[in-house]
Design a protein around this ligand. Structure first.
Ligand SMILES: NC(=O)C1=CN([C@@H]2O[C@H](COP(=O)(O)OP(=O)(O)OC[C@H]3O[C@@H](n4cnc5c(N)ncnc54)[C@H](OP(=O)(O)O)[C@@H]3O)[C@@H](O)[C@H]2O)C=CC1
Ligand SMILES: Nc1nc(=O)c2c([nH]1)NC[C@@H]1CN(c3ccc(C(=O)N[C@@H](CCC(=O)O)C(=O)O)cc3)C=[N+]21
Ligand SMILES: [Mg+2]
Length: 284
């Protein structure tokens, strides 16, 4: 199994190519899809992701604005920025980069974003709709992973999908989307006892813990599909996932690398969601 790497970069470019065509059609109708990214403070990692997002927007011919705010901004001031963007006709999607500084209640900020512009899919209305299978904006990372699986011809129905991690933005929605495609889903987390027992049963293993290289071959069933969501720095300050790639690659049938796996898909789905938000303004 040497060529079992899932090329997220390549699949992401196939996705963005289709988005680009939709952008062109929208422009013919006088609408340029616009994304606003709000960045609070100067976390260098956040800066990288945010730059990736605005660069991709520009490449696809979309309008993008980046709003950079001081680390010590008050919640009220941040909410005012969100409200301005909610009312801005040139902006179809709003993303407030997480995490936010301690003085700010993330839930309150997310709830303040208009559900019509919630391209992250984090608003309670979007999450609720996703849970009951109604069309809505889907959280970009789990949505991107579903696309990766689809493009890689991974069968989902009847398979045992094990998710390690239960965050609102990755783990939880991931399980729901897999359930909707008829997987049998198990969630694991930091209180799970004997993690091996569960991961060894996984046909599809999604790892989203933020613990560098915690999953090696010993956790993986022969032939499993392994999706690594983690973005970490190793002891040499090199980007790495939650999975020990070299070890896991020997037993997995398919596996995503870091970088070049899930990350580029997250960005691609953000572009698709922003495009959809712009299209919705023509329908409604
Ligand atoms: N590639 C991409 O596009 C994206 C990558 N990421 C990356 O994915 C990773 C996860 O992100 P996110 O979900 O936001 O992280 P969170 O920290 O919010 O959640 C981590 C989850 O992992 C669980 N966990 C932590 N340690 C262990 C352990 N030793 N064993 C089992 N479970 C464990 C936690 O359990 P508990 O709930 O009990 O605390 C929690 O549910 C990070 O590395 C992040 O940088 C995130 C978003 C997008
Ligand atoms: N409101 C909000 N929405 C998010 O979607 C969101 C967020 N906050 N906070 C942080 C996490 C993390 N995240 C990533 C996106 C792209 C890459 C990405 O492009 N990764 C590349 C390389 C990155 C690099 O070189 O550093 C890759 O994996 O190949 C990574 C991580 C989105 N997040
Ligand atoms: Mg906070």
């Amino acid at each position: 199994m040497s060529n079992n790497k899932i090329d997220g970069k390549q699949i992401a470019s196939q996705v963005t190519e289709k988005v680009q065509e939709r952008v062109e059609r929208l422009k013919e109708q006088g609408v340029t899809p616009g994304l606003a990214v709000v960045l609070v403070g100067n976390n260098p990692a956040s800066q990288t992701y945010v730059n990736n997002k605005t660069k991709t927007c520009e490449r696809l011919g979309m309008h993008s604005v980046m709003i950079e705010l001081e680390e010590n901004i008050t919640e009220q001031e941040l909410l005012k920025h969100v409200e301005t963007l909610n009312n801005d006709k040139k902006i179809h999607g709003i993303l407030v980069q997480l995490p936010l500084p301690k003085q700010i209640d993330e839930d309150r900020v997310i709830a303040a974003i208009s559900p019509l512009k919630d391209v992250d899919g984090f608003h309670p209305e979007s999450v609720g709709k996703m849970m009951i299978g109604q069309p809505t904006f889907l959280s970009c990372t789990p949505f991107g992973i579903m696309k990766l699986l689809e493009y890689s011809d991974v069968e989902i129905a009847g398979k045992h999908a094990v998710i390690i991690g239960r965050s609102n933005i990755v783990g939880k929605p991931m399980g729901q989307l897999l359930l909707q495609k008829d997987a049998t889903v198990t969630y694991c987390h930091s209180k799970t006892k004997d993690l091996h027992t569960f991961t060894k049963q996984a046909d599809i293993l999604v790892v989203a813990t933020g613990r560098a290289k915690m999953i090696d071959a010993s956790f993986i069933k022969e032939g499993a599909v392994v999706i690594d969501v983690g973005i970490n720095r190793d002891e040499h300050n090199k980007l790495c996932g939650d999975v020990d790639f070299a070890s896991a690659q020997a037993v997995a049938s398919k596996i995503t690398p870091v970088p070049g796996g899930v990350g580029p898909m997250t960005i691609a789905m953000l572009m698709e969601n922003t495009c959809l938000a712009a299209e919705n303004t023509l329908i409604n």
